[in-house]
Design a protein around this ligand. Structure first.
Ligand SMILES: Cc1ncc(COP(=O)(O)O)c(C=O)c1O
Length: 393
């Protein structure tokens, strides 16, 4: 059963942590429950969305892409136009307000692609808080511009060399640092993963994306979309784009995961597609495993999608049949990155390019010009251009 109060989503979610950490997160959950229903908190959140993040983001009719594909009308939800260049800002303004209400002095966060790190460093600067960002060494090499942005914003970027030097390892080390310094610090988790209350809290702060899409498409087209498509790393932009549509079963929801070097290799990040239930980072969800049955390594050229788990809310939506799954390889994502840049003059993040790539695949769907498909363009590709041209083409 789904029980949002305890953070259970069907068979997934929950809190599986040492008692003292579970207690701290219990207090956070109680504080968040208290805050989120106050008018003051909601007014402050709306003001930051509007005046700081730059919301509402555009819903853009991609006319040239639509012509090229020759079927459904394609719209792009332009989260890339938000302040700091991705959907991540929606979450950090919300959690920044929670940290402030708790009287914390420092923000601790993990980052993969660096977008969440940049967003956290940004809100730390805005709220005059100290900021430590944990980032895997492999991701630091792939996402250099974002490392410099975090430093410019005054954050301390901590290199994580443990494990594979990717997002999972950064989360491990950051959680350890938080356990040491929890009295002073707030752990600002960047996706709809982790123990309760993070999945629900991050989903709540990202839900504004689908609320805007609903209103914007109604005004532009006088009806609701046939499908909404989003990439899924941890699942926050996907849940942001899907949540308001979940009750409307006529809207197809597609989460596109990274197939990396290929779904039939062991170098991918298909947690929803190929994972099985397990515990990771203090919660239960679909997780990739290796041949020994241990938690496996994920892989994607898009650092933000390179995580062996997934939001417990997406795991539940998959299990109850509300979610359709897609996948795109590194190569398909790079091709979509170039195609959208050439066609529309919009350079998408490599993560978002996975969602765009889904459109170029033949699914036997979306061929009717009366259909409307919305792709959530979760971020801009400025951080990726060097890596794409130097390493991925
Ligand atoms: C632009 C962009 N899109 C998507 C993601 C994946 O995260 P999530 O699945 O939580 O949206 C990231 C993560 O860093 C990102 O930077």
């Amino acid at each position: 059963m789904t029980n949002e109060t305890n953070g259970n989503f069907g068979d997934f979610g929950g809190t599986y942590l040492p008692e003292f950490l579970a207690d701290i997160l219990g207090e956070l959950a109680a504080k968040y429950d208290e805050l989120k229903v106050t008018k003051e908190f909601q007014d402050e959140l709306k003001a930051l969305y509007k005046n700081y993040a730059g919301r509402p983001s555009l819903l853009y009719y991609a006319e040239r892409l639509t012509k090229k594909l020759g079927g459904a009308k394609i719209y792009l939800k332009r989260e890339d136009l938000n302040h700091t260049g991705a959907h991540k800002i929606n979450n950090v303004v919300g959690q920044g307000l929670v940290a402030k209400a708790l009287g914390k002095k420092k923000l601790i966060a993990e980052t993969g692609a660096g977008q969440h790190g940049v967003a956290t460093a940004t809100i730390a600067a805005y709220l005059n808080l100290e900021c430590d960002i944990y980032m895997g060494a492999r991701d630091i090499d792939a996402q250099k511009p974002n490392v410099y942005r975090m430093k410019a914003l005054g954050a301390n970027v901590v290199h994580v060399t443990a494990g594979q030097g990717t997002l999972k390892d950064a989360v491990d080390v950051a959680l350890g640092a938080y356990a040491q310094d929890h009295a002073n610090s707030y752990y600002l988790l960047g996706s709809a993963v982790g123990p309760h209350p993070y999945p629900s809290m991050v989903r709540d702060f990202q839900q504004v994306i689908s609320e805007e899409i609903k209103a914007q498409i109604q005004e532009l087209e006088g009806k609701q979309p046939t499908a909404v498509i989003a990439c899924a790393g941890g699942g926050s932009n996907a849940l942001g784009a899907f949540t308001a549509f979940i009750p409307d079963e006529s809207v197809e929801l597609v989460a596109v995961e990274p197939a990396g070097k290929g779904a039939d290799t062991d170098r991918h990040g298909l947690a929803l597609g190929k994972g099985s239930p397990d515990m990771i980072h203090g919660f239960k969800t679909l997780v990739l495993h290796d041949e020994e049955g241990e938690i496996g390594e994920s892989y994607s050229a898009a650092s933000g999608l390179d995580y062996p788990g997934i939001s417990p809310i997406l795991s539940m939506l998959k299990e109850n049949g509300r979610l359709n799954l897609g996948e795109a390889t590194d190569k398909e994502a790079v091709d979509a990155f170039i195609a959208l840049s050439h066609l529309e003059g919009i350079i998408p993040a490599l993560e978002s390019s996975h969602a765009v790539a889904y459109l170029f695949q033949d699914h036997g769907k979306y061929s009717n010009p009366d259909d409307i498909v919305v792709v959530n363009l979760s971020g801009r590709g400025d951080k990726d251009v060097e890596n794409v041209f130097e390493n991925l083409m």
